[in-house]
Design a binder for this molecule. Structure first.
Ligand code: HOZ
Length: 428
């Protein structure tokens, strides 16, 4: 038994499924999860001391590369003064100011510790602000694991083929309406029928939890105009896309201004930090100003804030996103070409530092289309790449992430490995 196998056996005795988050268990791809002991730049090392080029990037936060020396230094310096105070700090004002400057739709924000907390709080806020109960979410979008959002959700639920969760009383999800992504007609119909009862619509403006799915411009425009018309709050869940697809997130690319935005991943630079924010009149409903309660001992944690501030500084350096996008594009083009050469039904798409790989003829536009992709092929691809020391997320339903630390050589090596894997898939 190698060390990963040994650790997985040990872990299963004390942690359900041996993991602290379901997708990590390799359940849908089979095999043994790699236990990671170290990460640096574009690489991670497992407990067998095998080095991998990493396109998981901690599921998004590692945009500047793992363990960036400046981020580590910022964390080290701040940690010496204490790990948590449960009191306001000057640094959290700086982080809030910086986010507000970069994302103009956000006039005020509150820091929390995870994306789940951010979306759960934003939904409660929207309900408190409108005095309405019903919310709309889209099939295959994942907004964390709070009860009312675990309906036809993406990520781990989709990976394991059970898009809703046990343990959530039907009463809790009675007010969650689920519509297909990119379906303008379904959206219009729902608003025509019960528009005045809708508190909010929450959406991943580029979905990344049913693999990557992009919205059509008509869909986004209808979403904005219908919510406005009916007094519903439009919540952009940019936990994944914020500072990832572009500095200003998906909202800066599509020219749509949401009422509230949730953020996470990149803004914590690898530490547990997230935020929700938006229109000042809506944010004023949050306690202690308003009657919508929300709180957290570790909210605005000083060490996480230091990592976030340094990461935001680095990503604003000249040429950061240009180079990140070019690398992501080059990788996807390389994959497309390699698949074409051997005749594998494959396609890809990318925006900024986020990309999707699909074993399908066409890039999917919804959960239904995505669920028709060839997951058997994905399994072979995933393990073929892992055997060649290149790590992707262990699920066909997750997006992939590039970092600024990935080099053109890493990309060439990855494409070379993919060419071998595709050939083997076709020719055996
Ligand atoms: N749900 C996360 C990806 N969309 C995975 C979280 C994790 O396993 O760390």
């Amino acid at each position: 038994m190698n060390r990963n196998e040994q650790l997985f056996e040990q872990a299963k005795k004390v942690i359900p499924g041996g993991v602290n988050s379901p997708v990590r268990a390799f359940g849908s791809v089979g095999g043994i999860p790699r236990f990671i002991k170290k990460a640096q730049g574009a690489y991670v090392w497992d407990e067998n001391n095998t080095q991998y080029i990493d396109y998981v990037g901690s599921w998004g936060p590692a945009i500047v590369g793992h363990a960036h020396p400046e981020v580590i230094e910022a964390v080290r310096t701040v940690a010496l003064d204490g790990l948590s105070f449960g009191a306001p700090t000057e640094a959290e004002i700086r982080l809030a100011e910086e986010i507000i400057r970069i994302v103009p739709s956000v006039q005020q924000l509150r820091l929390v510790s995870s994306g789940t907390e951010a979306t759960m709080s934003a939904i409660r806020l929207a309900r408190g602000f409108t005095g309405r109960d019903n919310i709309i979410k889209f099939e295959g979008c994942y907004h964390g694991h709070s009860d009312s959002l675990l309906v036809k959700a993406g990520s781990g639920l989709l990976t394991f083929g059970n898009p809703s969760s046990a343990g959530v009383p039907a009463d809790f999800t009675r007010h969650t309406l689920v519509l297909p992504y990119n379906d303008v007609e379904a959206l219009q119909k729902t608003f025509t029928e019960i528009g005045s009862q809708i508190a909010c619509v929450i959406i991943e403006p580029i979905a990344g939890n049913m693999n990557m799915v992009q919205p059509t411009p008509e869909f986004l425009q209808s979403l904005r105009s219908l919510t406005e018309q009916h007094g519903a709050v439009l919540i952009y869940d940019e936990v994944m896309t914020g500072f990832r697809v572009a500095l200003g997130g998906a909202q800066s690319l599509h020219g749509i201004t949401p009422d509230l935005t949730t953020m996470g991943k990149v803004i914590g630079g690898g530490m547990p930090l997230a935020a929700f924010g938006g229109r000042a009149d809506i944010m004023a409903c949050i306690s202690p100003l308003g009657s919508v309660y929300q709180a957290g001992t570790l909210s605005g944690n000083p060490v996480a804030v230091a990592a976030g501030l340094k990461t935001l500084e680095i990503i604003q350096r000249k040429g950061f996103y240009e180079s990140l996008s070019l690398h992501t594009q080059a990788l996807c083009q390389g994959f497309d070409q390699a698949a074409k050469e051997v005749g594998v039904a494959f396609c890809s798409q990318n925006v900024g530092g986020m990309f999707g790989l699909y074993f399908a003829e066409q890039v999917p536009q919804s959960y239904t289309e995505m669920s028709r992709s060839n997951t058997e092929y994905f399994k072979q691809f995933f393990h073929g790449m892992l055997d060649r020391h290149i790590a992707f997320g262990p699920s066909a339903f997750e997006a992939c992430f590039m970092s600024a630390a990935h080099t053109t050589e890493n990309i060439a090596d990855t494409v070379g490995a993919a060419a071998e894997v595709f050939t083997k898939m076709v020719r055996g």
